[in-house]
Design a protein around this ligand. Structure first.
Ligand SMILES: Nc1nc2c(ncn2[C@@H]2O[C@H](COP(=O)(O)OP(=O)(O)OP(=O)(O)O)[C@@H](O)[C@H]2O)c(=O)[nH]1
Ligand SMILES: [Mg+2]
Length: 583
């Protein structure tokens, strides 16, 4: 009994081919492969099924359904003396027996081994409603590998069958003729006569001499089911022999199981798959190459930011030492002032507190607040300049990437376009920032923020100017002490001990105050500038963020894609080897 057309190993390879190519189809769809490529693969996969698609056609009542039942060895289809099959039936393998309507086609499933390799199409008789007749030719005949044309021995090649054979001819399909119901013909020579008649007619209609199998479907099925057909003499084996069904089955196996044919059929979609997997593997690799350049550019930008921050910090400390110099000079002036003022000979002056204070402000504090302001303004200008330079650097690095656009691969997703568009957008934003960079506005903004901090803490007033008051207080208290001591006539004590001690104290006080001022000034400036530096870096990062995100996401996606295509190609190459080794 015919169970399987393909050998076990062939069957395994076939499932592997289907699985692999099914996976490749999914990968191609995800990768946005060209429709034409996807169709090519689907078509070649589809042809795998076509190999095993048998379409059974013929006049009503010729025994098509009975023939199929005999072939699968089961009463799957309804038989009857009147037009019975009213729509196309497709027999497919299924875990369970059942039938359902799919787009006007009755899909019959059964867990029969033969159906794992073969789809059988039962059609309504050729004389049935024309619309259905058309559907047969349109949908099933072109897809079939073999058309089994069933004609009944009691009315061979009826008129409608002739018309149908002519349409089959247009498709250039292989036709095999089954001469059914030979059990109705009592004499063997009559069977031969009918066969010859059909051979002539078929040759005339098809321009070829199809194989003709005289048989009895009814007997064959009865024999297969272990029933007696009533005219087979009760012995199933003898009945099967008498049905002449075996010759047809052998033919079917030979036709479909010819090793080379199976190999070629299997290899064809595998070849298509390999070609497509290779093509899209290359696409993914090219794109990843482009992205590697983008990652390089982003790394460059990131390291530019790092270097910039370091430069800024170093430069800032350097600039801060200018401020220190001012403070140092201030301190020196203070020392001179004390040396000059806290003297025995000037005790009388020390008593004039407000004059002392005015003197201190004029001689010691002098231009300090303005000088410091000037230094800070210098730092601001420098900072604004260097931020602009940073933007220019970033902008030109982006422009460089923009020049690197990669060839748009026809019909392979929109990666190149997306990337170009994004780079253009990010690049434009950077360029606009550079071109629209308003130094004055930026300086003013920074100056406001810095001065708000410096002045807000009233550093200069409290620190430097306020110092005048303290100094005056020291001087005055010295003077009072001095006056007291003078009255006591303790001149030596005064000149050698008290005044030098007061001078020392004043200088120390000044030193402490200056140190404190310096600390607070430096801390405030440092904090402001650090904030500014971070804000600049943040602005740039935000500006290029869409590009960064794109590169990251695409790299991940394309890496997955590349790996999937590589795996697919490797798997298909292995399969090709397996197919070649099939016997
Ligand atoms: N004597 C005899 N009768 C057969 C044989 N094969 C089928 N029949 C009978 O012929 C009649 C028609 O068989 P079906 O299989 O329904 O024919 P069909 O070609 O499918 O007919 P439609 O579905 O109407 O197109 C039924 O009564 C079958 O039992 C056979 O080999 N010998
Ligand atoms: Mg039928």
């Amino acid at each position: 009994m015919l169970e399987r057309i393909l050998s076990g190993p062939q069957q395994e390879v076939l499932s592997a081919v289907r699985r692999r190519l099914g996976e490749l189809q999914a990968t191609l769809a995800r990768a946005g492969a060209a429709d034409a490529d996807q169709r090519t693969l689907a078509d070649s996969l589809g042809r795998l099924d076509e190999l095993f698609l048998l379409v059974v056609a013929g006049e009503f009542n010729s025994g098509k359904s009975a023939f199929i039942n005999a072939l699968v060895g089961d009463r799957l289809l309804e038989e009857g003396v009147t037009p019975t099959t009213s729509r196309i039936h497709v027999l497919r393998h299924g875990a369970q027996r059942g039938s359902r309507l799919e787009g006007g086609v009755e899909v019959v499933t059964a867990p029969l081994p033969l159906l794992e390799e073969l789809q059988i199409v039962d059609t309504p008789g050729t004389n049935a409603i024309l619309r259905q007749h058309e559907a047969i030719t349109r949908e099933f005949v072109p897809n079939s590998d073999l058309v089994l044309f069933v004609t009944s021995a009691d009315r061979p090649l009826a008129e409608s069958e002739r018309a149908f054979l002519e349409t089959i001819r247009q498709w250039g399909k292989k036709v095999v003729i089954v001469l059914n119901k030979i059990d109705l013909i009592l004499r063997d020579e009559d069977v031969e006569r009918i066969e010859a008649f059909i051979a002539d007619g078929a040759h005339e209609l098809l321009g070829a001499s199809p194989a003709i199998f005289p048989l009895s479907a009814r007997r064959a099925l009865a024999a297969k089911l272990g029933e007696t057909a009533g005219d087979g003499g009760g012995d199933p084996e003898a009945s099967l022999e008498a049905s002449r069904f075996g010759a047809f089955e052998r033919y079917l196996v030979d036709t479909l199981d010819r090793g080379e044919r199976v190999r070629l059929k299997l290899a064809s979609p595998v070849g298509v798959g390999e070609r497509l997997a290779g093509k899209y593997l290359e696409v993914a690799e090219q794109r990843l190459g482009l992205l590697a350049g983008d990652v390089g550019a982003l790394d460059d930008i990131e390291s530019q930011l790092g270097v910039w921050r370091q430069d800024m910090e170093r430069e800032f400390r350097y600039r801060l030492s200018d401020v220190d110099k001012e403070l140092h000079a201030f301190e020196n002036r203070g020392h001179e002032f004390f040396d000059d003022t806290l003297r025995l000979g000037r005790v009388a002056d020390l008593l004039n507190r407000s004059r002392l204070r005015a003197d201190f402000e004029r001689k010691v504090v002098a231009d300090l607040p303005r000088e410091i302001e000037r230094r800070v303004a210098e730092v601001i200008d420098w900072m604004v300049d260097s931020e602009l330079k940073l933007w220019q650097g970033v902008s030109s690095r982006l422009a460089q990437r923009q020049a690197e656009h990669g060839d748009r691969i026809t019909g392979a997703g929109s990666f190149e376009t997306d990337r170009s568009r994004l780079l253009a957008r990010v690049g434009d934003a950077a360029r606009t920032t550079v071109e629209g960079y308003d130094r004055e506005r930026e300086s003013a903004r920074l100056a406001d923020s810095v001065q708000a901090a410096v002045a807000g803490a009233a550093l200069l007033e409290v620190g430097a100017i306020g110092l005048g008051a303290t100094v005056a207080a020291i001087a005055t208290s010295t003077a009072i002490d001095v006056t007291g001591l003078l009255a006591a006539g303790a001149m030596a004590v005064l000149g050698l001990v008290v005044i030098p001690a007061r001078r020392k104290r004043a200088k120390r006080e000044l030193k402490d105050r200056v140190a404190d001022l310096r600390r607070r000034l430096a801390a405030t400036l440092e904090e402001r500038f650090a904030e500014e530096i971070e804000a600049s870096i943040r602005r740039i990062r935000e500006g290029i963020a869409p590009y960064t995100r794109f590169v990251r996401a695409e790299r991940e996606r394309l890496t997955g894609e590349r790996d999937a295509f590589a795996v697919a190609r490797g798997g298909l190459a292995d399969l090709r080897g397996e197919i070649e080794r099939l016997s």
